[in-house]
Write a protein that binds this ligand. Sequence first.
Ligand SMILES: *[C@@H]1O[C@H](CO)[C@@H](O)[C@H](O)[C@H]1NC(C)=O
Ligand SMILES: *[C@@H]1O[C@H](CO)[C@@H](O)[C@H](O)[C@H]1NC(C)=O
Ligand SMILES: *[C@@H]1O[C@H](CO)[C@@H](O)[C@H](O)[C@H]1NC(C)=O
Ligand SMILES: *[C@@H]1O[C@H](CO)[C@@H](O)[C@H](O)[C@H]1NC(C)=O
Ligand SMILES: *[C@@H]1O[C@H](CO)[C@@H](O)[C@H](O)[C@H]1NC(C)=O
Ligand SMILES: *[C@@H]1O[C@H](CO)[C@@H](O)[C@H](O)[C@H]1NC(C)=O
Ligand SMILES: *[C@@H]1O[C@H](CO)[C@@H](O)[C@H](O)[C@H]1NC(C)=O
Ligand SMILES: *[C@@H]1O[C@H](CO)[C@@H](O)[C@H](O)[C@H]1NC(C)=O
Ligand SMILES: *[C@@H]1O[C@H](CO)[C@@H](O)[C@H](O)[C@H]1NC(C)=O
Ligand SMILES: *[C@@H]1O[C@H](CO)[C@@H](O)[C@H](O)[C@H]1NC(C)=O
Ligand SMILES: *[C@@H]1O[C@H](CO)[C@@H](O)[C@H](O)[C@H]1NC(C)=O
Ligand SMILES: *[C@@H]1O[C@H](CO)[C@@H](O)[C@H](O)[C@H]1NC(C)=O
Length: 425
Amino acid sequence: MKKDLVLGGLVLLSLWLISGIQAVKRFQDVRFHGKQSNDQGHHSQIRGWSPDRNTWDEQLYPAWKAGDARWENCWRGGKVEALLTSDSPALIGSNITFAVTLRFPRCQKENDDGDIVYDRKCRNDSFSYQDQYVYNWTKWVDDCNEGNCTFINKFPDGRPFPPHPDWRRRNFVYIFQTLDQFYSLTGRSSAVLSINTTNITAGTQMMEVSVYRRDHRRHYPVAKASAMYIVTEQIPLYVNISQKNDRNSSDKIFIKDSPITFDVKLHDPSHYLAKAAVSFNWTFGDGSGSFVSNNPLSSHTYTLLGNFSLNLTVKAAIPGPCKPVTPTTFIPTTYTSSTTTAPVTSNSTGNSTDLPFTETAFVTTEGSNVTTAPTTETTTHIQTTPAAGCFIDRYGYYKANIRIVGNVKATIAMVSCIKTLPMKD
Ligand SMILES: *[C@@H]1O[C@H](CO)[C@@H](O)[C@H](O)[C@H]1NC(C)=O
Ligand SMILES: *[C@@H]1O[C@H](CO)[C@@H](O)[C@H](O)[C@H]1NC(C)=O
Ligand SMILES: *[C@@H]1O[C@H](CO)[C@@H](O)[C@H](O)[C@H]1NC(C)=O
Ligand SMILES: *[C@@H]1O[C@H](CO)[C@@H](O)[C@H](O)[C@H]1NC(C)=O
Ligand SMILES: *[C@@H]1O[C@H](CO)[C@@H](O)[C@H](O)[C@H]1NC(C)=O
Ligand SMILES: *[C@@H]1O[C@H](CO)[C@@H](O)[C@H](O)[C@H]1NC(C)=O
Ligand SMILES: *[C@@H]1O[C@H](CO)[C@@H](O)[C@H](O)[C@H]1NC(C)=O
Ligand SMILES: *[C@@H]1O[C@H](CO)[C@@H](O)[C@H](O)[C@H]1NC(C)=O
Ligand SMILES: *[C@@H]1O[C@H](CO)[C@@H](O)[C@H](O)[C@H]1NC(C)=O
Ligand SMILES: *[C@@H]1O[C@H](CO)[C@@H](O)[C@H](O)[C@H]1NC(C)=O
Ligand SMILES: *[C@@H]1O[C@H](CO)[C@@H](O)[C@H](O)[C@H]1NC(C)=O
Ligand SMILES: *[C@@H]1O[C@H](CO)[C@@H](O)[C@H](O)[C@H]1NC(C)=O
């Protein structure tokens, strides 16, 4: 009898030990999509991030798998949705920015104190409010001394929440995970995070975010979200091809003997290329050779009918730290005002008219409410004597097939135009 008890005790003890060992959770174990199958093993460290081999305190931060029944009741009055977006694709070396926004159940909102309340505007006859608030964190503020609370105030890896002037309103914990690393922060009902992509290998990656709400003894899962993002070695760009009097610009059909405008828009939300010297090398495919310009806006007139394949190579010489390799020399070319629609010829012989490349061309002129002041970049631009600096060269490519047709329809349109409006020529 006694033996059995001892044996049973041993079995229980070993079971407890095994479960104890299993209970050691790591960040990599709590990922929504599990371990990434295409793991290449080692990823370079992102500045400020930590490896996901670090342990995750499951007592403070319960980790639930997708489909766990507890997700159903983790929030009062419905389900919270987390929306994760990014400004992908990102050129290597630029910043990629992620934004998470929480969407609360109908009639709930975050108030100025960072508490979640029922929206009064939403009140209707068939719905009575038992509580004014959904989650009231303000009532705990007395337990905290300038953000030092008597209850738990830590991230899953045990690191204390960083001091923040707005600490009393930051009632959500966001844990970002990508490339076998994690980053945690506290925030309100939305959070923004930027990563410098210098150390990230080009390709498609997955970002995951887990959101928790604060509570006294432990934090509770609220929502999870994931999103793909792209890091690329080529400058992401878009070209807007337009022609005057063209009804349908998307069909890539244009008329002969009338200038076509090519407007190159570089996707550079983190202004990584703001200080770069950018040149645009066009080949229009009609035997007119190549055409190099520092202006994102170019114009070309086709004088032949038919199909043409055109090519653009964008080169950005980004000022960067010098490495003990031969630096690429950069020959500055004339910058012509971006407001002109006339073709721009390169002039690398003169040096009097050199103007810095500014962001002007990326600001849409349609929206009159432009708050960014691109002209302020001017003073910090690289000089016309680049020999002293070193550059990282990045390229972007664009190809298109366009069709040039006779201007019969245009003539008709012009005729009717002349009838109604007196025109010169
Ligand atoms: C890139 O990696 C190096 C070496 O690991 C590190 O010192 C540097 O801070 C990292 N840079 C960024 C922008 O992540
Ligand atoms: C990213 O880090 C690199 C190296 O530290 C730096 O040259 C680059 O300007 C940074 N990018 C941004 C957008 O801050
Ligand atoms: C009133 O609110 C309840 C609960 O939010 C909702 O189910 C119902 O559809 C609402 N009625 C009207 C008329 O908006
Ligand atoms: C939250 O609690 C505090 C203190 O108990 C109270 O003063 C405040 O009105 C509450 N907020 C809401 C939105 O109910
Ligand atoms: C918070 O607590 C830590 C140690 O418990 C202490 O070093 C720090 O000064 C405190 N900060 C404030 C703002 O009270
Ligand atoms: C790029 O992101 C880093 C954080 O990784 C941040 O410190 C830096 O200010 C950001 N730079 C720009 C230009 O947004
Ligand atoms: C393309 O350029 C034309 C002419 O400048 C302009 O009307 C149109 O809005 C532009 N389209 C886009 C998507 O930028
Ligand atoms: C522009 O591209 C053409 C071929 O696409 C090339 O022959 C020419 O050298 C390029 N010009 C410059 C200045 O890079
Ligand atoms: C466009 O560029 C590619 C190489 O990038 C080249 O093979 C092709 O011939 C070019 N087309 C024209 C019309 O110049
Ligand atoms: C290039 O610049 C020089 C000196 O400023 C000037 O004399 C010449 O006319 C320019 N050439 C073109 C094609 O603009
Ligand atoms: C180019 O600049 C140098 C020094 O700034 C000046 O001596 C020279 O005359 C300039 N050349 C032209 C063609 O303007
Ligand atoms: C510009 O936008 C801001 C906020 O987006 C707004 O407050 C301001 O009134 C706008 N100004 C104009 C001139 O439209």
